[in-house]
Structures are given as structure tokens and as C-alpha cells.
Design a protein around this ligand. Structure first.
Ligand code: HPA
Length: 285
């Protein structure tokens, strides 16, 4: 357990360190999923970066295929910060630690957090390479950042379950990614802890529970965004079709993540250049 004030102060120190390197304040934070670290260089060729382990308090991953940098640059008028990798519950971290990048994003002034990831398609209509924009999530991870957070007013913990996804940003990202010939879906992300991929029996259960795609990430960050009232978009590349393939491997997930980068990056660039969703989002605040 850590008190929110202490957690928030740590996020502030991380954001201040970014600021000392001219990498904060920012407008948008994008977190890269498995194999997708190169999104940062595709979206912002003129950038500056720091290694995540240089950032005070910032948790970083040693899992193959996850980037390890904070990268900042401008797209149009927006200053965009990428975290090219993330940590996972399956590495032994708790959900509060996994959610820390969202707190840093909020502290660095971000108005929206975009959590990208790779996941297995449970919905039979989904194909490898599709992008699923989250319209809700099911937390099947057995952990929640708020379990580890002490708050002065206990009511703060019982946050309303309305999904935190920002409708304007989600819709805009969806339409720009559609324009670069990626099939975009809207669906439910069901999060598991991993690291083992699911048995057929588990997959059948996860589908029956209402999941459209199953992954091992994102939910802690999304809950932290919700807690901090930071609008969020969940964007998941389908890396495998759970009921169609015999074997899913981490390498295959990384390969599809990598392949998705050029198209996804041009969709994201066009999205960031569009001011409409941004004004809507700002006006709603
Ligand atoms: N299951 C869980 N996590 C995943 C999968 C999967 O099939 N593919 C990519 N991440």
C-alpha cells in the first residue's frame, strides 16, 4: 500500500525530470504494445529520447520485444510522448506499478493517453492485423491499481465503472486508421495476467464472458487513467486468431506487432494532425 499523495509525488518527480530534458509538458501520450516500439520513430522522425531506466521511479521491462525509451516530438501543433514499451503483471509487478506511466502522463500535462497493445482475437470475425478500438474491458487479471492505493477519502476508490474511453478520440483514431486500409473493429478487451497463453477451454470461457480480444496488458494503465480523469483510448492489434491457429508464440505476436507499425503509424499521424477531436476533448474538460 502506498498513499496516493506519495504515488502522485513520484509521478511528479518523473514528469519534472522529463521537463528538465525538454520532454514535458506534453499533449498526448502513446504507449507502444508488443513489437510496436518503432511506432515512435515512424510517427515522429524528429524526436528526442531518454531510456526509461533513466527516469526516476519509472518501471521498465526486460521482456524481449518491448522498447525501453521515452520519445518526444511534435506532430502538427501537438507535443507527443511515446513510451516505447511497458511492464506487465506477468513480470511480477503489481497493477499500481504497471499503471504508473498513466500517472506520469497526467502529471506531464497529457490530455489523452493512448494504450496500444497486441492481443488474440476471440471474435470469429476478427483477423490478424485488424485494429480493435476498445469500447469496454473485462478485468480478468486478478489485480487492480486501486487495491494498492491508500486514499484519504475511502469513497475515492469506488470509481464509477463507466468505461473511461474518450469517444471523440476513439472515433477519430478509428476513422484515420480505416483510411490506411486497416480493418478497424470496436470491441471488448479482456485482460488476463499471463504469461501462459490460454488453453482452448479458457479461450471458450473468455469468449463466452464477452471478450472480443484477449491480452495481458493495458487494463492497469486504463484504470489509472480513469482514476485520474485522464481520457484514454485503447487500441489493440489482433496478432493471432485464437480459435483458428494451432500455436501462438511470443515471437509471432512480436512479428505481427512489427508488421502493423507502418500503417498504424500513418493512421496515428493523420489522427494527431486533425484538430477536431482535440477541440472536442478540450471543450469537454
Ligand atoms: N492471449 C493472450 N495474450 C495475447 C495473445 C493471446 O492469444 N496474443 C497476444 N497477446
Amino acid at each position: 500500500m502506498i498513499h496516493f499523495d506519495e504515488y502522485w509525488a513520484k509521478a511528479g518527480e518523473t514528469a519534472r525530470y522529463l521537463g528538465e530534458h525538454d520532454m514535458s509538458p506534453v499533449d498526448v501520450v502513446i504507449q507502444c504494445g508488443s513489437g510496436m516500439a518503432a511506432l515512435a520513430e515512424h510517427v515522429i522522425p524528429d524526436s528526442q529520447s531518454l531510456r526509461l531506466e533513466q527516469l526516476p521511479h519509472f518501471p521498465y521491462s526486460v521482456v524481449k520485444g518491448h522498447g525501453n525509451e521515452a520519445v518526444v516530438g511534435k506532430v502538427g501543433e501537438l507535443k507527443v510522448l511515446f513510451f516505447t514499451g511497458r511492464i506487465h503483471l506477468y513480470e511480477g509487478f503489481d497493477a499500481l506499478t504497471v499503471g504508473f506511466p498513466a500517472a506520469v502522463a497526467k502529471s506531464a500535462g497529457a490530455k489523452v493517453f493512448i494504450a496500444t497493445s497486441a492481443a488474440g482475437g476471440l471474435n470469429q470475425h476478427y483477423h490478424v492485423g485488424d485494429l480493435m478500438i476498445h469500447n469496454s474491458f473485462i478485468n480478468f487479471q486478478g489485480d487492480n491499481p486501486l487495491l494498492h492505493l491508500e486514499v484519504s477519502d475511502y469513497k475515492q476508490r469506488f470509481i464509477d465503472p463507466k468505461p473511461p474511453y474518450d469517444p471523440y478520440a476513439s472515433r477519430a483514431l478509428s476513422s484515420y486508421v480505416t483510411q490506411v486500409e486497416v480493418d478497424v473493429r470496436q470491441g471488448v478487451y479482456i485482460g488476463v495476467k499471463g504469461p501462459m497463453f490460454e488453453t482452448m477451454a479458457e479461450l471458450a470461457m473468455l469468449r463466452a464472458l464477452g471478450g472480443d480480444a484477449v491480452g495481458m496488458s493495458s487494463i492497469p494503465e486504463i484504470i489509472m487513467c480513469h482514476f485520474l480523469k485522464l481520457p484514454v483510448v485503447g487500441a489493440t492489434i489482433v496478432s493471432n486468431e485464437c480459435f483458428r491457429e494451432e500455436l501462438v508464440t511470443h515471437d509471432k505476436v512480436l512479428e505481427i506487432g512489427k508488421k502493423s507499425v507502418p500503417a498504424l503509424a500513418s493512421g496515428i499521424r493523420a489522427f494527431l494532425e486533425d484538430r477536431y477531436w482535440w477541440h472536442k476533448l478540450e471543450r469537454r474538460r
